[in-house]
Design a protein around this ligand. Sequence first.
Ligand code: AMP
Length: 114
Amino acid sequence: MMPENCLFCKIVRGEIPAVKLYEDDEVVAFRDIAPQAPLHVLVIPKKHLEGPAAVAVEDEQVVGRMMRVGNEIAVREGFPQYRTVCNNGAQAGQTVFHLHMHIIGGRSMNWPPG
Ligand code: AMP
């Protein structure tokens, strides 16, 4: 998947709409279009990385920022208890091949996940 055709790169570039909750020079956070809980936000790097397996040493800092930003949004939205999910590969449930961290909260969660 090239960045030109990537759905989340298009959101980063503002070519398709999203309800953005946060943006800085490295990350963007926006509401999931099909929320699975009262809080369902996606935090992504602006840099196109296909998924967790594509994270290189040079990307470690932005992944930490994704987690910090996700926590700040969850607290701000009133859901300080939440689950983070990063799917890696289709078998794990990844459908968009641009690294993203789900922030899901506002309801009880089951373990193990399905
Ligand atoms: P995953 O299955 O982990 O790859 O998650 C992809 C997520 O992206 C799903 O939860 C989708 O609902 C969400 N999604 C797909 N298209 C959009 C969009 N245009 N805006 C916001 N979220 C989207």
